[in-house]
Structure formats: C-alpha cells, structure tokens
Design a binder for this molecule. Structure first.
Ligand SMILES: [Zn+2]
Length: 328
C-alpha cells in the first residue's frame, strides 16, 4: 500500500513537463523534475516523457511508486476525468490521448487526470491564496486566460465540464479576432498573446521601443519578464499597451464580480507574477466598473503558489474527494 501522506503531481504544459512528489498534509515538495514538451511528438512519446519526469521526481525524493498514494496529472486542454483521457489539447497538438491508464498500469498506483486550470485552482484552494475561503474564482493570465470556480468548497465544472472559460467572454462585440475563432473575446485584449501582438504591430508601424530586440518576430513571442523590464525602464509603447490590456482585464473581472459575487478573486499566471502594474490596474478597474456592493466586498489577491501550483494541485487530484470533506 502507498503512503497516504505523499502523491506525485505532474504539470503537463505546452513547453514543459514538471513533476514533483508532494506532501499532501503540508503542500511541500520533496522532489521535483522537469522535461521539455516536444512539439509534434508521437502520442506514445508523450506518455514516456511523463513517466520519465515521474521517475526522476521519485528518485529525487528517495522514493518508489509504492511509497505514494497515487499520481495526478494536470493537462492543457479538455479532459475526460472518468476515463483519464486528454480529449483535446490544442497547444500540444494532441487529441484523444489516454494518460491515466498507462501511467497507473506502469506504476501500480491510481492515476487521475485533470485540466491544468482546474488543477492550479485546487493547489491555491488548499495550499495557496484560497485557504479559508469557500467561494472564489482563480483567474490565470498568460498565453491565454482561464479561470477556476470554487463554489462552497467544490469546483464548479459545468454541464460539459468546461466552465470558467472567462477568456472567451465577449468584451467588444465584433472586436478583435480571438484564437478560438470568435470576435471580441477578453483573451484577444488582455492576454500576453494580445499584448505581444499589439507591441509587434506598434513596432511594425515604426514606433520606438527598447523592447524591439526582445521580441521573437518569427514566432511573435515575448516573455512576461521582458515586458515588465520595459515598463520599469519607462518604455512608452509597452506601458500604454499593458495599461490598456490590464483595463480590459479589469472589465472582465467586473463581469465576474457582478455575475458571480465571489468572496475572493485570485489572480495568477505568468503575466500577473511578472508585471505588477498589470495587477494594480486590473484591480482598480474591476472595482471601478463593478456594481458597488459586490465590488467593495470582493478581495482581489495574487496567487501564492506560482510555478508550483500545477504540481501541487495535480497531486491533490489523487485525494481531492477525501480532502474536500476533511479540510475547511
Ligand atoms: Zn475566444
């Protein structure tokens, strides 16, 4: 029998796979490992890479699979939780990939699969900024924008288990086209992808900016840290664009506040972690735009687990049902 105190969590992302052995009582990591996610990998290859990361994390912790109660995996896309299958992962170019079964068979312990946002929300709920709060919304701002909803201590997943897609609420009817194909989504205005597109457009118009050398123009990518550095150095182009993106985010948050009336909103993800100004403007704008009673009441805070939310939250999948009844 495995040890109930420990579980392995795997954060399977678009660019990296991070695994860790997690103490489920304290949320502490006792061993971690990282692997790159290859693009255009074979379906078999990805499960092998997940297993390699799990092996390494166990080894670092000085444990074997029999020492843990199970393995949880957070995957980027839509998942079938019962069957443990990644149904659709656009960022990793995968469809209908069985993950839980092969991993469970390989190690002889239970394996549970969840969606990355669901899992990061679970991490914040038990060991991060969601502690002591039974109804809150986690919003993660990075390449895209996703959110997890905790209602009376439980995740609200919705009829098709796709609730929380706050990135695709329509902010501007007939506005900019979003990655999802629709027009005017919040994500098309407030994500790092949106910020990067606006910066590239500004540079192409010949606007002066210190960020010019930081943009990968072939891929159209830019790191959150480079954006933060440009703001700190007083770069006008970048500051103007990020201000506008954060204001859009604030409008999105006001929608959450008015509609859902949460006790707390937790903001996380690469953009929030790296760019302080973005958080501050989004908070101000959320309060300014929301209805007064709900807007005054809501706490708006930063996520606490950072990079580790995915690993810790995935490990919690293993015991999430028991935990939901045992923890406050
Ligand atoms: Zn969209």
């Amino acid at each position: 029998m495995g040890n109930d105190r420990f579980a392995v969590g795997v954060d399977f992302g678009g660019t990296k796979i991070a695994a860790g052995v997690v103490n489920l009582e304290t949320g502490q990591l006792v061993g971690t490992a990282r692997k790159k996610t290859r693009t255009q990998q074979e379906q078999d290859d990805i499960v092998k890479r997940l297993i390699a990361a799990i092996d390494e994390a166990l080894m670092e912790a000085g444990m074997e699979a029999k020492h843990v109660s199970g393995i949880g995996v957070g995957a980027p896309g839509q998942v079938n939780r019962e069957k443990g299958v990644l149904l659709f992962g656009p960022n990793v170019s995968l469809t209908d990939l069985p993950i839980a079964d092969p991993i469970s068979k390989h190690y002889g312990v239970p394996c549970r699969l969840g969606n990355d946002v669901e899992v990061a929300t679970l991490g914040e709920q038990y060991f991060g900024a969601g502690r002591g709060c039974s109804s809150f919304v986690c919003v993660f701002v990075g390449t895209g924008i996703g959110s997890g909803i905790i209602q009376d201590g439980k995740q609200h997943l919705g009829a098709s288990a796709t609730a929380g897609e706050i990135g695709h609420i329509v902010l501007v009817p007939d506005g900019k086209q979003c990655g999802c194909g629709a027009f005017g989504c919040l994500e098309a205005y407030a994500s790092r992808t949106a910020i990067t597109k606006a910066i590239v457009a500004g540079l192409n118009r010949g606007q002066d900016s210190m960020i010019r050398e930081k943009v990968d123009l072939t891929k159209g990518t830019l790191r959150s840290k480079a954006i933060a550095n440009a703001i700190a150095a007083g770069d006008t182009l970048v500051t103007t664009i990020v201000t506008s993106a954060a204001q859009s985010m604030g409008a999105g948050l006001a929608t959450i506040i008015n509609f859902y009336n949460p006790t707390r909103i937790i903001l996380g993800g690469g953009v929030i972690e790296a760019i302080d100004m973005y958080f501050q403007i989004a908070e101000q704008e959320a309060r300014r735009r929301s209805l007064p009673i709900a807007g005054r009441r809501v706490e708006i805070v930063r996520a606490e687990l950072g990079d580790y939310a995915g690993i810790v939250g995935a490990a919690l999948l293993v015991r999430s049902r028991e935990l939901a009844s045992n923890l406050p």
